[in-house]
Design a protein around this ligand. Structure first.
Ligand SMILES: NC(=O)c1ccc[n+]([C@@H]2O[C@H](COP(=O)([O-])OP(=O)(O)OC[C@H]3O[C@@H](n4cnc5c(N)ncnc54)[C@H](OP(=O)(O)O)[C@@H]3O)[C@@H](O)[C@H]2O)c1
Length: 260
């Protein structure tokens, strides 16, 4: 059984009481730490959830919609250690509703992993439709920042707020062009995180933009040189080692600084 804190409309009070008891149990069992991973249904987000579970962390992961996902399977394998929450980061009402459901909770790490690419990667800026450009930009830049802004108070002073960026978001390293739509959204994300960090200059929380490398997932595609199993432990190592280091860093999965 996985713990689902979100109580859909129409459920009875008994259901609600049971869900609240489950959440209390979840908290009592809390061990190494707790992480909220936004966008954990599959790919890198779900693999990060699995890696944190291996390290005895409690995980709350979000998925979109009501369909069963890899995260639900993971929750079944790790009973009492995974909560599945619901969030589409492009919907401000859903972000507000999640914030309200998580009221009173605290997470050592908030990690916003959710992201997307344009459907036709070969489409240049000259070719992409406005609608598709807006979809990718809202998902990769505006959505993650809205989540960070809305959920930041759930992370204590010693905590970490991380966002999944990409090496393709580096302006300095862009010498080849290509994949412009995606690149631009991750560069925008980096800029917005820098603004966020500047506005929170006295904040003791660690802020991280992660460039995980090119990895075989649905988004990365089959030609990527690295697999999930060989890369996600490194990604999690970098997240862990960034804890306790206030301020924003843009790091690759080996912990090396990526030029802005
Ligand atoms: N793989 C790579 O080579 C690579 C390289 C650099 C950076 N990244 C970044 O790493 C992150 C994860 O990518 P991935 O490779 O694991 O891709 P993926 O397998 O396609 O997974 C994407 C994840 O983001 C979620 N997501 C997408 N749009 C969302 C939305 N509007 N609201 C909530 N969740 C949403 C997806 O949920 P659904 O299941 O509901 O669609 C899924 O969990 C992304 O930010 C990506 O840009 C990946």
């Amino acid at each position: 059984m996985h713990l689902v804190q979100h109580i859909p409309d129409g459920q009875t009070e008994a259901h609600q009481r049971k869900a609240i008891e489950s959440v209390s149990l979840f908290r009592i069992r809390s061990r190494s730490g707790s992480i909220l991973i936004v966008g954990a249904s599959r790919g890198l987000g779900c693999a990060m959830a699995a890696e944190f579970l291996k390290r005895k962390w409690e995980v709350v992961g979000t998925v979109r919609g009501s369909a069963r996902t890899d995260l639900h399977d993971l929750a079944d394998e790790h009973q009492g250690q995974v909560e599945v929450e619901c969030l589409d980061i492009t919907d401000p009402d859903q972000i507000a509703a999640l914030r309200s459901r998580l009221s009173g909770r605290s997470f050592d790490i908030l990690f916003v992993n959710a992201g997307t690419g344009n459907k036709n990667r070969h489409e240049s800026l000259a070719e992409v439709s406005t609608e598709e450009f807006v979809r990718v930009m809202v998902t990769n830049a505006l959505g993650p920042m809205r989540v960070v802004e809305a959920l930041q108070t759930l992370v204590p002073a010693k905590g970490l707020i991380g966002v999944m960026s990409s090496g393709q978001g580096s302006i300095a390293n862009n010498e080849k062009g290509r994949n412009d739509v995606y690149r631009g959204t991750k560069a925008a994300l980096n800029m917005y995180m820098r603004s966020y960090a500047a506005r929170h200059a006295g904040d003791r929380r660690a802020l991280l933009l992660m460039a995980p490398g090119w990895i075989r997932t649905e988004l990365g595609g089959p030609d990527a040189p690295f697999g999930i199993e060989e890369t996600v432990p490194d990604i999690v190592n970098v997240v862990m080692s960034k804890r306790g280091r206030p301020g924003l860093e843009f790091l690759d999965r080996m912990g090396k600084t990526v030029p802005w």
